[in-house]
Design a protein around this ligand. Structure first.
Ligand SMILES: *Cc1c(COP(=O)(O)O)cnc(C)c1O
Ligand SMILES: [Zn+2]
Length: 426
């Protein structure tokens, strides 16, 4: 019988390529601190072929994950992933693209992409008997860890900058996590959380530290691949799909890259979609490295209203860089103004995105302006989080609503002419 999980053969460092024995808890490379990746035994799966269950969540991909079935059917823990894919023809037309789609990650249980990683990390924590899980987060990773841990009754400790958007802090508290609001940046919260995990023996979910976040995030690539197989997304060797994704620490884009690499090595995909990373101008360490060439990621003093991608030193920068370089993609940067405009533009098409999510769309607009894409290139934007996560930013993206007296005469003065004409025609 073929087991329903992929065995970890070793952990491999992305910098020195050093390999380490599988162990219950393994974080970064002890030699150089490089990001470590689980090397999986995919041979049994290659023999079995691409057959998955029909469960509408990331757990349909258990055979591609280094985890036994975590159980808990029917709970929110079982819900992350299998997010909707939308066609947005009016936006596509404006961009001059014939085929344009958006995958909306706001439907995840805690309303961001981060549930994919957190569910898998909590499953791993239960498997190895870790008593407490912990993470530093700009907000979403913490909310996701707190939510997934709560669903399984696992205690969670979250370190977030005190400046995180109030909705995200509320989520942490509501899910019952121990919350430490750090009077400092995400990078300072990150350092503190590592020290606390070391001292108290908590299982650390931190992005770029725990190799299982990548395993969870790669499931988005599998979904894109299933959409392609179903004929819902266009992708060919001649005209590959271009995927736009926002980049902070760089773990989402690395996870997508990893997922496509798994599929390539299984022989289930002929070429990878192109990966385009989008960073905020004021938080663009990976994009700067891409422009310079080479793989050195230099820290910046990050400043952007897109809090989820506000990062001084990306914790998964090298792999994030390679994701674009090795798939024929690129890096783009966008201003906060362009991000706000993108929030409004997506909103008018029925999508409510938080700033970091809208950044990916703003990056696509920049790529189209710069002539980086042909109108025939199929394009997918990954919208990573809900606009309800940061209502303050959303309100900056649009004009205030006028306040009116409760009378028809008052609104007659207030409403624009074209609306009133249509009302009379009816
Ligand atoms: C975390 C996050 C990102 C960026 O992911 P990284 O792995 O840090 O690059 C983008 N958008 C949203 C909404 C996020 O929460
Ligand atoms: Zn190493």
């Amino acid at each position: 019988m073929i087991p329903l999980m992929a065995r970890v053969l070793a952990y491999r460092c992305s910098l020195c390529a050093g390999e380490y024995e599988p162990a219950d808890v393994f974080y970064t490379c002890p030699r150089d601190g490089g990001n470590v990746e689980a090397v999986l035994d995919l041979e049994p799966l290659r023999k079995r072929g691409p057959r998955f269950g029909r469960e509408p969540s990331l757990w349909r991909y258990l055979p591609l994950l280094p985890l036994a079935d975590p159980g808990a059917e029917g709970t929110s823990f079982r819900a992350p992933g299998w997010t909707p894919l939308y066609r947005l023809p009016r936006l596509g037309e404006r961009l001059g693209l014939q085929s344009f789609w958006l995958k909306d990650e706001s439907t995840n249980p805690t309303a961001s992409f981060k549930d994919r990683a957190s569910a898998v990390v909590v499953a791993r924590a239960l498997e190895i008997g870790a008593g407490v899980v912990a993470a530093a987060s700009t907000g979403n990773a913490g909310a996701a860890l707190a939510g997934m841990a709560a669903a399984r009754g696992v205690p969670a400790v979250i370190f977030a900058p005190r400046t995180a958007p109030p909705a995200k802090i509320a989520q942490l508290l509501i899910y019952g996590a121990r919350v430490v609001l750090v009077d400092g940046s995400y990078d300072q919260a990150f350092k503190l959380s590592l020290e606390a995990c070391r001292r108290y023996g908590w299982y650390c979910r931190n992005t770029g530290v725990n190799p299982f976040t990548l395993e969870g995030k790669k499931t988005a690539a599998f979904e894109i691949w299933e959409h392609i197989r179903e004929g819902r997304l266009a992708h060919g060797t001649e005209r590959p799909l271009s995927v736009f994704v926002s980049v902070g620490d760089g773990n989402i884009i690395s996870g997508l890259h990893r997922g496509f690499k798994d599929l390539l090595s299984l022989g289930w995909l002929e070429r990878s979609p192109r990966l385009f990373g989008v960073q905020a101008e004021g938080s663009a360490a990976v994009a700067a490295a891409f422009r310079r060439g080479g793989e050195e990621i230099l820290p910046v003093r990050a400043r952007t209203l897109a809090d989820s991608i506000c990062v001084d030193l990306p914790r998964d920068g090298v792999r994030a860089l390679r994701a674009a370089v090795q798939t024929g993609g690129a890096y783009l940067t966008v201003s906060d103004g362009q991000i706000l405009a993108a929030i409004a533009e997506l909103g008018r098409a029925g999508i409510f995105a938080e700033p970091a999510a809208a950044a990916a769309y703003a990056g696509l607009e920049a790529a189209c302006r710069q002539g980086m894409l042909s109108g025939e290139d199929p394009v997918l934007v990954l919208s990573t989080g809900s606009g309800l996560k940061d209502v303050q930013a959303a309100r900056r993206a649009v004009a205030e609503a006028p306040v009116s007296e409760p009378s028809l005469e008052a609104i007659e003065k207030l409403l624009p002419g074209e609306l009133k004409r249509r009302m009379r025609d009816d």
